[in-house]
Unconditional design. Structure first.
Length: 436
């Protein structure tokens, strides 16, 4: 049997476009596979711009604390493709094994028989195949991009849908305004299936509510039907069923309060899948989601940094994510002041000015670089020019190691370094840190 990485490389060649939103191709492939998506346990379908992965991480941790068997599908991966597919097991879900992944990919490739199909579509079909063949109590399913025409939107009757915070991202595929993007994301809503709505702008919420009214979808909406906030070092969650006094999430960052709240609202809305308050507490304390406000304490880049520097990593890459990250950094600054240095690499489909803006008044220096090995990366010089146009002190670096080594600002105070701007960049940092 071929290794999965060789099969994945072949699958990239089956469609000339990386992204081509449609359901026709995957529906045809799934039909030839025997429609495995119709043989799944109850599905929670999650869409949104920011927070999808964290919401799923909180839900999975709580469900597994409760003893439920959970399949999970997320994207993109940071280091290895296997991260996208977690299969239920008696003692908690595990990343799909190499033999299982290779076998599923080979089966999908053979059945597809060279037909035009995108990488995401055929690998999503492989995930459905794996999920259909191993018993589980629930599937947590994250959209890849959008919602209405996303390859995950072939589940006719999910148990629940969830829409996390929506912001401008992927405008070339989803629309140029918040309203247009929200309408695309709201395409996962299904008649008669409850939709959990995370924090939204007024424009996004109005678009979602309009779609729900058209489709006949009952909504449970942040700020109206539920709320979550920090009070005296605790997370307080309140909905129509009452109030919960919970520990703060293990995942760092103030923005995780909203993500945890969205997950709790979803967990409390599941029918026939019991989750107690104690299970929710356990989920908050054990959830893990690498590459999102992650503190790096060992490895190659920590060794390369100035003495006693703090090194943080976040894969956020749009203005809304940047605002959330900047708020978290400001909280750190309030507790322990340090000069903040950003190391930024971004793809050319992203908005560098919008991403950098929230760090005004926080970052003392921005070091830019081209993401190593990424054909679609912005150049270090282009990113530096954007930073300087916004008033930042900025310089370029030829590598991540050089950027980290150049992060000293004050000879007397160790810097706080944040590597950010791209999930691809975050994945490379984690991969090299693991190899160190």
């Amino acid at each position: 049997m071929a290794r999965s990485d060789a099969i994945l490389e072949r699958l990239w060649t089956l469609h000339p476009k990386v992204i081509d939103l449609s359901l026709d191709r995957i529906e045809q492939l799934l039909s030839r596979l025997g429609n495995p998506q119709r043989a799944l346990p109850p599905v929670v379908h999650v869409a949104g711009t920011n927070g999808k992965g964290s919401v799923i991480a909180f839900m999975r941790a709580a469900l597994e604390t409760a003893g439920h068997r959970v399949h999970t599908y997320t994207s993109p991966h940071l280091v290895r493709f296997h991260e996208r597919i977690r299969l239920a097991d008696a003692d908690g879900s595990k990343l799909i094994s190499e033999p299982e992944l290779a076998a599923a990919l080979e089966e999908c490739e053979a059945v597809n028989d060279g037909a035009e199909i995108t990488f995401f579509e055929i690998t999503t079909a492989a995930a459905y195949l794996c999920f259909s063949r191993r018993p589980a109590d629930i599937v947590l399913l994250e959209t890849g991009l959008g919602g209405r025409l996303d390859a995950t939107n072939v589940i006719d009757q999910p148990a629940l849908t969830v829409i996390t915070t929506i912001d401008l991202d992927h405008q070339e595929f989803l629309g140029s305004t918040i309203e247009e993007i929200a309408r695309e994301k709201a395409g996962i809503l299904k008649r008669g299936v409850t939709g959990i709505i995370g924090p939204q702008t007024d424009a996004a919420r109005a678009a979602i509510e309009h779609k729900a009214a058209e489709t006949g979808v009952p909504l449970i909406i942040h700020g109206q039907d539920w709320q979550a906030y920090e009070e005296r070092g605790r997370l307080v969650f309140q909905d129509m069923s009452g109030l919960l006094d919970l520990p703060l999430p293990r995942l760092p960052g103030r923005f995780q309060i909203a993500n945890a709240g969205t997950a709790i609202a979803a967990l409390r809305s599941l029918d026939d899948i019991a989750v107690t308050d104690r299970d929710i507490e356990g989920g908050l304390l054990t959830a893990d989601w690498p590459g999102r406000m992650s503190r790096l304490t060992s490895g190659h880049f920590v060794d390369a940094a100035p003495d006693d520097a703090e090194l943080w990593l976040d894969g956020g890459h749009n203005p809304s994510a940047a605002s959330a990250i900047a708020t978290s950094i400001a909280d750190l600054e309030e507790r322990v002041p340090r000069p903040l240095v950003l190391i930024v690499g971004m793809l050319n489909t992203k908005d560098p000015a919008g991403f950098m803006m929230p760090f005004g008044g926080l970052a003392q220096k921005i070091i830019t670089l081209a993401i190593p090995g990424e054909k679609g990366a912005r150049t270090a010089e282009e990113l530096r020019d954007v930073a300087e146009a916004q008033g930042f002190v900025a310089e370029t670096a030829v590598s991540l190691e050089a950027a980290v080594a150049a992060a000293a600002v004050d000879p007397l105070i160790p810097p706080r370094i944040l590597i950010c701007g791209s999930l691809s960049l975050a994945g490379q940092v984690l991969a090299e840190s693991e190899l160190a």
